[in-house]
Design a protein around this ligand. Structure first.
Ligand code: FES
Length: 103
């Protein structure tokens, strides 16, 4: 289990426990956060868009071409944008700090 800090779309902060057998999107969805993830994690919808806060962007697997192409079609994209379905949780991500992007 790892801890993840999440700012939701209303600006409220949450700390949750997350199992590292899942992707970040799966954890957000299963914990009831407002994230559509309409493609189910196939990198085909960009409705699982999050921002990685602090220095976490540099600590996760780099973005690949498919994710970058999908983010190009998303709204409110920032330098620290990622698709949460492409982030596989691991012990190294304990303390991860993210914000759920506006739709
Ligand atoms: S769930 Fe569709 S791109 Fe992540």
């Amino acid at each position: 289990m790892i801890k993840i800090n999440i700012k939701d779309r209303n600006g409220n902060n949450h700390e949750i426990d997350a199992d590292t057998d899942y992707t970040l999107m799966e954890v957000l969805r299963d914990k009831g956060f407002d994230i559509e993830a309409s493609c189910g994690g196939c990198c085909a919808c960009a409705t699982c868009h999050v921002y990685l806060c602090d220095n976490w962007l540099s600590k996760i697997k780099p973005i690949d071409d498919d994710e970058e192409a999908m983010l190009d079609q998303a709204f409110n994209v920032k330098k620290n944008s990622r698709l949460s379905c492409q982030i596989e949780l691991s012990d190294e991500l304990d303390g991860l700090n993210i914000e759920i992007a506006q739709e």
